[in-house]
Design a binder for this molecule. Structure first.
Ligand code: BES
Ligand code: ZN
Length: 643
């Protein structure tokens, strides 16, 4: 009977428009509703949550660095309609040994037909059980996992493992319903060889780890420790994350701290010293931080993203460590996801802008609160430039320039999803005033906390709580144009032209034949330097590039964003002296945002660049994460086989 009520709730909660309080269903664990309706159907998952859905995942896994596998069990708690006979999970490359009910009786299961992108549906016959135990191991080439050799770490002595779940990669190591609209609580026990420390995106229950009796699991001989974790708030499954390595921790504030390899700890702590203040600024804007601690881990350079907002433990690239806090916008960004993304989550990847666009807007508000209006205006202007580049590249009528983009599988053009998304919110802010918009957003996060969101629901909420029938405002905002139509609506809030007035003047003078010695480059901050390099004429002679390089040491820049912008310009002009710097950069880190465009530029330079790209990639590829190799493989393939 209890189960029947829960099942009815499952569907009713999905149908009702009002929020449902957490903690109402299924024993003592909070269960979040799943949305129904066409706009909430996730084509990237095989799950059918309206029949049976996972509400809790308990992992018990051993990390085997020799075999590059996680192996053990996943125990899933399920809610289902009374008549449900089976549950469909997502699986990609998982090697399943057996599936059992809570009493250890085997259950029939099958892996159905799938595709290269999504993997396969894993269907389990439930009978009347609502708890299943899957005994399995991940494949050595699991997309979500990168197993690093000691040589790929800072310390060079111990191996390292990290995961990247977004968007649909966690199904390569966790057999569950891998859809952002199906929130799940989770717990985990992970064993790993000493002296490695395991961290995850949840509460740490065993700070020092617990000794595992030898021979109990894993290869005999090696001393092993077990680490346990818990996430008792329901999260989208792409947010379950793990890292293991020779890790040290440094507190930064009462709720914040940083993990990294010992050799990096000092530099990381210095760079991230403002994090606690960022949390205070974020809470002052949109309400309490609801996840307990906010720690970060600075990963080895192979990490394919700038940052990833794994709850309680943001993952960061070491390329942010510039020495002057100039790139901590990424920290503000990942922190902001604690509201936009982790608390209120896009139900489907076609609405990724609800995560990333909101977060890019929120990031800028945090930056303004900490570092002032000028820096925030500059970063907003760079974001506008990114959007313009995306519109120019895709074409203003391209379907890919819509915010709600059914073609987006979770890797849409960031100039649209991030920057056009943020500019949309800035446009609303300017129309209604900051105070009114802030209080609307605060209410939005409260009303929809721990729930999935779609574009249509957001617009409904906005009309109900902000527009409130004001016909003038409704037509001034052009909400549907912003969300459903390509291109940029005419009411877009433009960046302050004063933000880069000085840089733009200097570039004009230089482009008109001025000398580099007249450029006040040394006095510019990082945003100004990025704007400068990106605003330079796209074809420059080798002589002028050489003079710029010598004057400002651009090929030696220790700032990854400045170096990237410079290399893009230099390589596009076949400026040979930048090749060693490009080589160092591309062999030294695997962040896709840098790696992919640089290879694209090289390949675009035909007989000059393609051989360089091929030579570099032959050496670099083995160090890159699958996320990055997938992009670069495509670029080089297209170059050799133009059809
Ligand atoms: N959630 C994203 C990373 C992501 C996006 C992973 C899409 C997989 C698919 C993260 O919050 C992010 O946006 N990172 C940016 C940094 C940000 C400051 C723009 C990055 O990695 O560069
Ligand atoms: Zn983001």
């Amino acid at each position: 009977m209890h189960r029947l009520i829960a099942a009815v709730c499952l569907v009713l909660a999905a149908c009702s428009s009002g929020p449902r309080e957490l903690g109402q269903a299924s024993g003592d664990r909070p269960v979040a509703p799943v949305l129904t309706g066409d706009d909430a159907r996730d084509d990237s998952s095989f799950a059918r949550p309206e029949i049976a859905r996972v509400v809790h995942v308990a992992l018990d896994l051993d990390a085997d660095f020799e075999a590059k596998r996680l192996s053990g069990t996943a125990t899933l708690d399920i809610e289902a309609v009374a008549a449900a006979e089976e549950i469909v999970l997502d699986s990609k490359g998982l090697e399943i040994e057996g599936i059992f009910d809570a009493d250890g009786r085997p259950l029939p299961w099958s892996l159905g037909e799938g595709d290269a992108r999504r993997g396969q549906p894993l269907t389990v016959r439930l009978g009347d059980t609502r708890r299943i135990v899957i005994r399995y191991r991940s494949a050595p080439e699991a997309d979500a996992l990168q197993w690093l050799s000691p040589a790929q770490t800072a310390g060079k002595r111990h191996p390292y493992l990290f995961s990247q779940g977004q968007s649909i990669l966690n199904r390569t190591w966790i057999p569950t319903q891998d859809s952002p609209g199906i929130r799940q609580t989770w717990e985990a026990r992970i064993t790993a060889p000493e002296p490695l420390t395991v961290v995850m995106s949840g509460e740490r229950l065993t700070p020092e780890g617990e000794p595992v009796p030898s021979g109990a699991e894993g290869p005999a001989g090696a001393g092993r420790r077990a680490f346990r974790f818990r996430m008792d708030r329901p999260v989208a499954p792409y947010l379950i994350a793990i890292a293991a390595g020779d890790l040290a921790f440094r507190p930064l504030g009462p709720r914040t701290g940083v993990w990294t390899e010992p050799a990096m700890l000092e530099a990381a702590a210095r760079e991230l010293a403002d994090t606690e203040r960022m949390m205070e600024a974020a809470e002052a804007l949109y309400g309490p931080y609801r996840w307990g601690r906010y720690d970060m881990i600075v990963l080895p350079p192979a990490f394919p993203y700038g940052g990833m907002e794994n709850p309680t433990l943001t993952f960061l690239t070491p390329t942010l460590i510039a020495g002057d806090k100039s790139l901590v916008g990424t920290v503000a960004h990942e922190l902001a996801h604690s509201w936009s993304g982790n608390l209120v989550t896009n139900a489907v990847w076609a609405d990724g802008w609800l995560n990333e666009g909101f977060t890019t807007y929120f990031e800028n508000r945090i930056m303004e609160a900490l570092y002032g209006e000028e820096r925030a205006a500059q970063e907003a202007a760079l974001s506008w430039d990114e959007m313009e580049r995306a519109l120019a590249e895709l074409g203003p009528d391209a379907p890919g320039t819509r915010l709600h983009n059914p073609g987006d599988e979770g890797d849409g053009a960031s100039g649209i999803v991030y920057d056009k998304g943020a500019i949309f919110l800035r446009t609303i802010e300017r129309a209604v005033g900051r105070q009114r918009f802030d209080s609307y957003l605060r209410g939005y996060f409260d009303r929809h906390a721990f729930q999935p969101m779609t574009s249509a629901r957001f617009l409904g909420d906005l009309r109900e709580h902000l527009v409130r029938g004001d016909a003038g405002l409704e037509s001034a905002l052009a909400l549907d144009d912003w969300v459903y139509r390509p291109g940029l609506p005419a009411n877009a809030a433009r960046p302050d032209p004063a933000a880069f007035a000085e840089v733009d003047r200097a570039v004009r003078a230089y482009a008109a034949g001025g000398s580099e010695t007249d450029l006040p480059y040394a006095g510019w901050n990082t945003a100004e330097r990025i704007r400068f390099v990106n605003a330079l004429p796209r074809d420059l002679s080798i002589e002028r590039l050489g003079a710029l390089d010598r004057a400002f040491d651009l090929s030696q820049s220790g700032n990854s964003e400045v170096l990237f912008a410079w290399l893009q310009l230099a390589l596009a002009n076949r400026y040979e002296p930048a090749v060693p710097a490009a080589e160092r950069f591309l062999l030294g880190m695997g962040r896709r945002k840098f790696v992919s465009p640089l290879f694209e530029t090289l390949v675009g330079e035909g007989d000059w660049g393609r051989p360089i790209a091929e030579r570099l990639y032959a050496r670099a590829r083995k160090g890159y994460h699958p996320v990055t190799t997938a992009s670069v493989d495509r670029i080089l393939q297209a170059a050799t086989d133009p059809d």
